[in-house]
Design a protein around this ligand. Structure first.
Ligand code: GDP
Ligand code: IMO
Ligand code: MG
Length: 424
């Protein structure tokens, strides 16, 4: 049985959490494959809003198993808070939530290192969520990390101490003004590790192999977005994992030839939180309206998201890198009432017009070339079927499908689970 992937095609926050929740009814297993608590995945149903950071977005469905894969980095402290938030929903966490022994742990000193590194960069800072993601993946690839499986061993605290001591020396190297009380942070950390230990740890690649043999349907849930990918994103303003489709193979142990559908999610406009290039960014009333109506504030940090027109050059790139087979367009409702909509179809770059993403997309190097389309006035949020869509929205969708050469199969018209329109 094949594995499907769902991932973000822009700079994150496309609405992955919502769509994973909607699709979970079609799957037996939902598996997160990379990232960590830098992610904030929002789900809304029955009038309640939930934000998940590490736990996969299928957790509210009784029928599904949720797996945190080896490619994910886990902060036990944040994980414990997520579990606390779930307590009132009576979910059988021991049965429904499985954790790969090979997932790496975020230590308190990883978070401090993140803060020290960012502080030392000054204006060049990445705009990290400061959850310790970069330092944890650095320890993983540097072969120094501590994994979930280690906390089942007797000697793990010695390993912990050695690594934390090294981190402290590194923090002082940055000479940044970071104030902290490690003893307090460690108290909270070790308490949370005890909670983590109550959960079910597995050899997840073997579990998924067996599940595929048994005909189980698996959906891999991505975090962040393709333009934040460590290799293919707007480096160095990226996160520290492969957020693109290949990341699901390494982050779960799923073979490339077992992947079937790749669902690519994008907003009908574009947003970015944190630093880095954003060619179609708006500083006018259109951008302000997107931010206000779209409630564009980070689900993890609360920071305002930068807003801009849809960038088809970047989107095409993401479609190609991921091998997207179906597109899902989110937040079309936010654009209701815009008198016109711009879509970037090319860049002016070194005196030429180009249609691919160049090495360097800082605003001094690229100028977007726009096509202008008509906006729609109608409120989309109460619509239940694509036949109710205004002509201008149909034209917008048709324009994107023609440019991207992939069908848009879902149009989301609001944050709630029910505000999801399937197109055939
Ligand atoms: P994720 O990180 O990709 O899961 O996305 P986030 O949860 O960080 O951000 C998406 C935000 O948009 C959340 O607040 C969602 O509740 C909201 N959202 C998702 N789909 C829609 C939509 O179609 N319309 C509107 N207005 N909001 C949406
Ligand atoms: P979800 O899964 C949006 C951004 C940060 C920063 C850069 C590096 O909710 O879409 P990091 O903390 O990884 O060192 O930050 O990446 N970033 C995200 N932006 N959505 C996310 O996740 C993000 N995770 C990280 O803002 O610019
Ligand atoms: Mg998010």
């Amino acid at each position: 049985m094949a594995v499907d992937l769902l991932l973000g095609l822009q700079w994150g926050d496309e609405g992955k959490g919502k769509i994973v929740d909607v699709l979970t009814q079609n799957y037996d297993i939902i598996a997160r494959f990379q990232g960590g608590p830098n992610a904030g995945h929002t789900l809304e149903f029955d009038g309640i809003k939930h934000v998940l950071h590490t736990i996969p977005s299928g957790i509210f469905h009784e029928s599904a198993i949720n797996l945190v894969g080896n490619g994910v980095v886990i902060d036990p402290v944040i994980f414990k808070k997520e579990l606390d938030n779930l307590e009132k929903f009576n979910i059988d966490i021991k049965q429904k939530l499985l954790i790969s022994r090979k997932a790496h742990l975020i230590l308190p000193t990883h978070r401090l290192l993140d803060a020290a590194s960012e502080a030392s960069k000054g204006k060049a800072k990445i705009g990290s969520t400061l959850k310790g993601i970069g330092p944890t993946y650095m320890d993983k690839t540097g072969r120094n990390g501590i994994r979930v499986g280690d906390i089942e061993m007797d000697d793990w605290k010695e390993k912990y101490r050695a690594l934390a001591n090294k981190h402290e020396a590194m923090i002082s190297f940055y000479k940044a003004e970071i104030e902290y009380d490690l003893q307090e942070l460690e108290g909270e950390f070790f308490e949370a590790v005890e909670v983590l230990k109550q959960l079910t740890f597995i050899d997840s690649e073997e579990y998924l192999h067996q599940a595929q043999k048994d005909g189980k349907k698996i959906l891999a849930e991505g975090a962040q977005g393709s333009l934040l990918d460590i290799d293919f994103g707007t480096y160095p303003y990226v996160t520290s994992s492969n957020t693109t489709a290949a990341g699901a193979c390494t982050g779960l142990g799923v073979a490339p030839n077992k992947i079937k559908d790749v669902f690519g999610i994008f907003k009908a406009y574009a947003t970015r939180v944190g630093s880095g290039p954003f060619p179609t960014e708006l500083f006018d009333s259109y951008g302000e309206t997107m931010g206000r109506v779209g409630n564009e504030f980070g689900a993890t940090t609360g920071r305002p998201r930068r807003c801009g027109w849809l960038d088809l050059v970047a989107l095409k790139y993401a479609v190609h890198v991921n091998g997207v087979t179906q597109l899902m367009m989110m937040k079309g409702d936010v654009l209701s009432g815009f008198d016109m909509l711009k879509v970037c179809t090319a860049y002016k770059y070194k005196g030429e017009t180009i249609q691919h993403l160049p090495y360097n997309i800082e605003s001094e190097n690229v100028t977007p070339v726009y096509s202008e389309l008509k906006g729609w006035k109608e409120d989309l949020t109460k619509m239940t079927d694509a036949s109710q869509f205004p002509q201008e929205l149909n034209d917008y969708i048709a324009f994107l499908e023609k440019e991207l050469e992939v069908p848009i199969t879902i149009v989301s018209v609001g944050p709630d689970r029910t505000q999801t329109i399937h197109r055939s």
